[in-house]
Design a protein around this ligand. Sequence first.
Ligand SMILES: [Zn+2]
Length: 383
Amino acid sequence: MRPALRALVIFIALGASGALHAQSGGFLAPGYQPSDADETGLWRLMDRAEEQLKTSRFVVRDPALNAYLHEIVCRLDKAHCADIRIYVVRTPQFNASMAPNGMMEIWTGLLLRCTDEAQLAAIIGHELGHYLRRHSLALWRDARDKASLGNFLGLGLAAAGMGRYGDFANLALVASIYSYSRDNEREADQIGERLLVKAGYAPLAAAEIWDQLIAEYAAGTADRSQSVLFASHPTPEERLVSLREAAEAAKIKNGERGAERYRSALAGVRATIADDELALRQYGRSAQLFERLLAEAPDDGLLWYAKGEVYRLRGEPGDLEHAAEAYARALQASDAPPEIYRSVMRVALKRGDRAGAQTALENYLARVPGADDAGALKMLFDQ
Ligand SMILES: [Zn+2]
């Protein structure tokens, strides 16, 4: 049994047998600390999860990025922002979660997929909704009463969506995989939308996210029912419709986007999170994703490079030509990563262009002095 499960089972077996408490009607008070036995137990379990998360090699410790995320929380909900701690977790899937003790996780696959700050704020607002209404407490009590760990953890679903980073399974996992009820999700959507509008962001941002995810899944080969997001209720299609209606009801035409600010806040991690996406080898969805992002940022060198990589790695007929075109676009921008020259060299060799390959190799070695793969690349060129 995994440690996380064992801890839960022990907790449930010891289970404070306290009476069920009806959830109070309002929001959690700022600075709230639990007082009754079962809520305290849940918080302490999450505190332990957070201790593990703090030392996890999957947590992204970029101080500028973390400060930026905290600022968004404060902009959405000034009264509670001192109670919330955000952890960016390096996992190439779209997910965010909120633990009852104020620990919020945002996965890098989610950061890669947001177009701008408004979209990210929409997600943070939704997670704050779960926190403010103490949704996990209701779930916890319900699961304990039914001794139904599966409901609380949704383990099968989470394991399926976690890709190659699934091995960070530990207590932190517990916090990532609440499967809330349909009513809880709806309520979190409504609260998130209200916070978004109140903070002056574009009201449509929340609906857009679901629109994007639905399109991405349609382009890929992964089974929707295997995804944590898509297996939950309400369906993404239902959420898209109700969030769009809520945005229209707000009667605000534009609202702030923060696209540039978002891009610069992610500058230190973008190359890594794009690489993590490519490593999944889900080329259909990745191609769709990078094309969508390029439609919003047509001069982004990193995105053109990533698109070229999708083609190069997929290697279907015509892909080498498409890769070369994408690299050429990337090199017109100022922010293509130096690794692009290595890829240009490989594609040129495959196309029989030895002169092009040589120039690319020289460019690569000039830009990455002491590169680990210098010897291997020279051998490849000499073959
Ligand atoms: Zn939710």
